[in-house]
Design a protein around this ligand. Structure first.
Ligand code: GLN
Length: 286
């Protein structure tokens, strides 16, 4: 039988060009092709001359159009993002995990090894969203005890599903920032990637139209949630403690100032991300 369906290779080439011509990412097309193939990257290289199944091809084309014409994030089309090697379910209710946040996790794990390896740690991930930070820490360090909070119940549902899929135990509490953590046993480590865009900061439609604004914006100066955190965090923390935070590339200085104003006798370490932008602040109390 003659098969007139295009090969995987041809499908990829044509649609990568379609993306380029429209100012979109060709890499997104490859992700969609792997998803609908369905193929792993290795299978693609072995089978690139093979014809693509028609039903899968049609479903792929539909998603390519959703991405290119309607700015739907690829992660929403395929339903997940890989974070620290694990697939995290995502939808409109949570922020899509970003590469920068993997760096926050890496540094946090390093600091846990260096300063906290002696005891059973209690960690809280505040504003957990998809759960990517806290659940990854627990996956890497299974002996720690993890509590995740978020003001969005819908986000907590996604995080709980991710915990189950990753086979990770965690407690999920709804409420703003530190509020749900009062009255519990105290924590040793707080991690958070709170909303930090300035309210007036322009963002691309692919983000603005598809990711929850409550996970993105942090008030006129982008610092609302850091202020709330520093003002309320000490009563829920043991000593020694660490607070590990992601933040905007232009707020390292004001965040340092805020910490000096609100937290006594702490050491502050600020780090850049791989793009060389100020991105993370770690606060230690001995
Ligand atoms: N903590 C989650 C993440 O890093 C959610 C962050 C947010 O919603 N601002 O992806």
């Amino acid at each position: 039988m003659v098969n007139n369906l295009p090969s995987y290779k041809k499908v990829l080439q044509v649609n990568e060009n379609y993306a380029r011509d429209n100012g979109k990412e060709p890499s997104a097309i490859k992700q969609l092709l792997m998803h609908h193939g369905p193929l792993t990257a290795t299978e693609y290289y072995l089978r690139q001359a093979d014809a693509m199944d028609d039903a899968n091809y049609q479903a792929f084309l539909k998603d390519v159009d959703a991405y290119i014409k309607n700015d739907v994030p690829v992660q929403h089309l395929i339903g997940y993002e890989i974070f620290f090697g694990h697939p995290f379910k995502v939808n409109q209710d949570v922020l899509i995990p970003r590469f920068e946040t993997e760096e926050l996790v890496t540094h946090t794990l390093d600091y846990i090894d260096t300063f906290f390896s002696h005891k059973k740690l209690r960690i809280a991930d505040i504003g957990t969203g998809s759960g990517c930070i806290g659940l990854t820490l627990k996956k890497e360090s299974p002996e720690l005890s993890l509590t995740c909070t978020d003001i969005s119940k819908k986000a907590l549902k996604v995080a709980a599903e991710n915990a189950q899929a990753l086979d990770v135990d965690a407690t999920f509490l709804d409420g703003n920032m530190c509020e749900p953590l009062g009255g519990l046993d105290k924590f040793d480590i707080i991690v958070s990637n709170p909303p930090y865009l300035k309210d007036t900061e322009p963002i691309a439609p692919i983000v603005k139209d598809h990711e929850p604004s409550e996970a993105l914006y942090g008030g006129v100066d982008g610092l609302v949630y850091y202020r709330q955190l520093f003002n309320t965090v000490e009563p829920i923390l043991n000593t020694p403690y660490m607070i590990a935070l992601e933040h905007g590339y232009d707020t390292a200085k004001p965040i340092r100032k805020l910490i000096k104003k609100t937290l006594k006798d702490v050491t502050i370490v600020q780090k850049k991300d791989m793009q060389g932008r100020d991105r993370m602040t770690f606060v230690f109390k001995k």
